[in-house]
Design a binder for this molecule. Structure first.
Ligand code: BG6
Length: 515
């Protein structure tokens, strides 16, 4: 009999190779938090490691009045403060500073976009960037569509394949605020550019350990045979944060945990764990499978929301020994706010692989620790030839993929406690990235900006992908927002969420993992 050949989807491998095409990167919202904390350090890293093309320049655009020098100083400060900078290299920083500019302007002002065009055309000549442009929207989500329209009217969006150079737009999350607005935003963007020019970013897909879910599943032959309803009892996905809203009250009041983390980061994790093997890791094959599984998630009927979804909001408490205020006491938060800072969901997937296997997802702010983890709980052995009393730690086999902060994989299984009697206790086999590879990861933004420079959309969302994710959470948001009779706050900062989240699993005879 011919041996079965497993299809290896890693044809090209995942490695950071430099971008070759010259390009100008324009950041809208250049004076904001995301630019300072994430984008500028990532861009510096790309330049320092010679991953950005030699012909490269950066232009910041925002309402705030600043000169080129002010923005360059902001860049230096961002690099100095960032924990994600790998090598401090004064020459590389200077090289980048010299190619960094700033344009103050209003996002509604057509004149500012005309000036932008004049500047970019001039920089093309100065830096040899050949008309290639990436526009990055690090602004409030409500501005993305308007920015695309202004770029179009200023003649800054040329169709792909023309001889004017490439134009790509990186669009931040949250992409819309519900299914209807996400559809409208997709339609608006697609009015001005084609799908292959739009890079919908979710920085979780840029994390090395998130990509490693795929390697674990699809580069090894031993896991896939048990990765299904016959062996898996349930899956838990935790995105826990110990931080609060970090001064982003205005943003968070509008957003809440479902729009901020569940609709995007948590569902990305779920899709990678649950998707079918793609034929390859090119953008078309990979995204098609990822989206297919999101579309197989069982729709939640409004009447079912109370049964499958739990919301929470933190009150005062203490995290890591420090007293912290409740959500309603944070700056720029309504003192009677109903915005959830915690959510737990029980989802099901209607396909052959996962029928009957619950996927429990939880995420929250001000939980006891920062940890992102995916755990597959395997079914118990069909028959145990031991007495119950001999088993000290019931619980069976768990494969836990820890995404952060201590990146690694562990497999829990039962072992015999040494000694003359039969006693059984759970032990863990651990792999940790740090110990094995030692090196510091590329930051997710670095990886994703580089991919965009290279024209690789694999790790970005497609229009129907973001819509599929909104379709899952839409009924939950609608029911919660219509029902204002919720007793918030309902968990103290520094605890694992409201008691109802425990009941959600207890009803199924399960419990959350203690992390
Ligand atoms: C962002 C959210 O997208 O992700 C933040 O807006 C959240 O609220 C952050 O804290 C979490 O990202 P990470 O990489 O720290 O897990």
């Amino acid at each position: 009999m011919a041996a079965t050949t497993l299809v290896n989807p890693f044809r090209e491998g995942i490695s950071l190779e430099g971008a070759t095409h010259p390009v100008q990167l324009v950041i809208f919202g250049a004076s904001g938090d995301l630019t300072r904390r994430k984008l500028l350090p990532a861009i510096y890293n790309l330049v320092q490691a010679s991953l950005a093309p030699p012909a490269f320049s950066v232009l910041g655009f925002a309402r705030q009045k600043m000169t080129d020098d002010d923005f360059r100083n902001l860049l230096s400060q961002a690099v100095a403060e960032s924990g994600e900078v790998r090598v401090r290299d004064a020459q590389a920083l200077e090289r980048l500073r010299e190619r960094t500019h700033y344009l103050p302007g209003d996002f509604q002002d057509a004149g500012a976009f005309a000036t932008l065009k004049t500047m970019l055309d001039a920089f093309d000549k100065q830096y040899g960037t050949g008309g290639n442009r990436i526009f990055y929207t690090a602004t409030p989500a409500s501005l993305y569509g308007g920015i695309a329209a202004q770029l179009h009217h200023a003649g800054l969006i040329t169709p792909p394949g023309g001889d004017g150079g490439f134009v790509r737009m990186i669009v931040e999350k949250p992409f819309g605020r519900d299914l209807a607005s996400a559809k409208a935003l997709n339609a608006e963007l697609l009015r001005y550019m084609s799908e292959e020019q739009i890079y919908r970013i979710d920085h979780y897909l840029g994390k090395e350990t998130v990509q490693n879910i795929l390697v674990l599943r699809f580069a090894n032959g031993i896991f896939e045979p048990v990765w299904n309803r016959r062996y898996v009892d349930s899956v838990q996905i935790t995105v826990a944060e110990s931080i609060g809203i970090e001064g982003r009250g205005n943003f968070y009041e509008e957003t809440g945990v479902v729009r901020d983390v569940i609709q995007n980061h948590a569902l990305q994790l779920m899709s990678l764990v649950a998707m079918e093997p793609p034929l390859s890791f090119d953008a078309r094959d990979f995204r098609a499978e990822k989206i297919r599984v999101l579309e197989a998630i069982r729709p939640i009927a409004p009447d079912d929301v109370p049964r499958v979804a739990v919301r929470g909001q933190y009150g005062p408490g203490s995290v890591a020994g420090e007293r912290v205020c409740g959500y309603r006491e944070e700056p720029n938060v309504n003192p009677v706010s109903l915005t959830p800072t915690y959510a737990a969901l029980a989802l099901g997937i209607d396909n052959w692989r996962w029928a009957g296997v619950p996927f429990y997802i939880r995420s929250g702010k001000r939980l006891p620790k920062r940890i992102t983890e995916i755990a597959l709980q395997f079914k118990e052995a069909p028959h145990l030839p031991f007495r119950k009393s001999q088993i000290e730690t019931p619980g069976g086999n768990v494969l836990a993929l820890q995404i952060q902060p201590d990146e690694g994989i562990s497999l829990k299984f039962d072992a015999k406690v040494p000694g003359p009697t039969m006693r059984i206790r759970a032990v863990e086999m651990d792999f940790t990235y740090g110990e094995t590879f030692g090196s510091k990861d590329a930051s997710p933004y670095e990886r994703l900006i580089l991919d965009c420079m290279k024209g690789d959309q694999t790790l970005f969302d497609r229009a129907d992908g973001v819509e599929a994710a909104w379709a899952i959470v839409d009924p939950i948001l609608a029911v919660w927002e219509a029902d204002t009779k919720v007793a918030f706050p309902n968990y103290a900062a520094g605890t694992w969420g409201p008691p109802e989240a425990d009941e959600l699993l207890a009803r199924d005879g399960r419990s959350w993992r203690r992390l």
